[in-house]
Design a protein around this ligand. Sequence first.
Ligand SMILES: *Cc1c(COP(=O)(O)O)cnc(C)c1O
Length: 471
Amino acid sequence: MTPEEFRQAGYAVVDWIADYWATLPERPVTSQDRPGAVAAGLPTAPPAEGEPVESVLADLDKLVAPGLTHWQHPGFFGYFPANTSGPSVLGDLVSAGLGVQGMLWATGPACTELETVMLDWLAQALDLPARFRSTGPGGGVIQDSASSATLVATLVALHRAGGGRWREVGVDRRYRVYASTEAHSSIEKAARIAGLGVDGVRLIEVDPVTRAMSPAALRAAIEADRAAGVVPALVVATVGTTSTTAIDPLPQIGPICAEHQVFLHVDAAYAGAAAICPELRFGHAGLEYADSYCFDPHKWLLTGFDCDAFWVADAAELVQALTVLPEYLRNAATESGVVIDYRDWQVPLGRRFRALKLWFVLRWYGIEGLRAHIRSGVALAARFADRVRADDRFELMASHPYSLVCFRLRGPDGPNERLLAAVNSTGRVYLTHTRVAGKHTLRLAVGAPQTTETHVDEAWELISQAAALPD
Ligand SMILES: *Cc1c(COP(=O)(O)O)cnc(C)c1O
């Protein structure tokens, strides 16, 4: 494809994406296809001769788009939002066009330096503790996901707990990771990958009302483990749990970690974005105790997947834990010690120029534009929660500090399961579920860029009507 051919095909693809976004509201949010339907529509072998991009676009319309769940649809309320936006797509396009590998400073200096500055910008925008800025011993990096951030934090914590011996001998003692019973599954996965096994994770009970980690239970678990010869290595606290957006109390958890010299990682994958609004920073109280922190701009900050922002208070410790320097990567800049080589801050070697999409997003919207997006999500969730609260058939199952509302029909689980299925089968909205205190609970998470009051009100109407139907 010559640059001239790319220009023509590229315009057509941009037009296709713009049309896709413009027609989202008319599409069913989810596909009703059976498993295998999309694969059955595709040829069984690749084409022998090349085809024009127009043919691919036609098949995108015919075969792919109808088989999707439309995460940017204004009626998408499932899981957590996974925003994208025009500026994010354009930044990613530039990254793809440049095709730079940013593993070392020397392999693309601007790729590294723009990333460092973007993470400092974000730290400032979220008012994170000064210890995470690159101007001191700390600093930030983009990981592909919060799961990877937690894995990296786990490895650094093992490095620290092993007194530097972990690099040589691996996990040679009984190390333990602590997180609440409501914490994300990526913590268990990281522990398994790190060689601790599921038994290496101790799940700490939560307060029955707030669903936040009990500091007293954490302290008791750490003290009992130490008495038994186990080494507490890592506590992962969550700001905005996946199930209900509960907030673990960092002001109490932090001092326990400091007293027992346990690494503290804070996972704010979804809720962290809210801190761009000064009035929504309550979840970050006590964050100054954290050794590392992450949130996903790719969830609620209008930046497409993959973009997890991860900060550490001590970058040298992180690099010590992960660095391996083969001869073929040696270079003068690395040896000078004045540059960052982000390959040492992550699991893979290679890395894309992901800072570009953040740069495009931050410059297009500005901090005020991003605040408006977050505030709209919070206000729409509150509007929906008011409807639920005003209807005696329903109960709210958790508070809604951000843009997630957890609710259910009073009574047994069966009608709730049927309600969710009925509402989702309309194709107008998509909600998912969780279990709160053992009860089947519906989750409505606001955050898609096009969602307005109309869509939230329609969701409520559909739910209210479906609930009125006889079982
Ligand atoms: C979504 C979520 C994750 C996982 O995020 P990825 O970036 O997809 O790995 C981790 N923790 C919490 C609290 C989450 O809500």
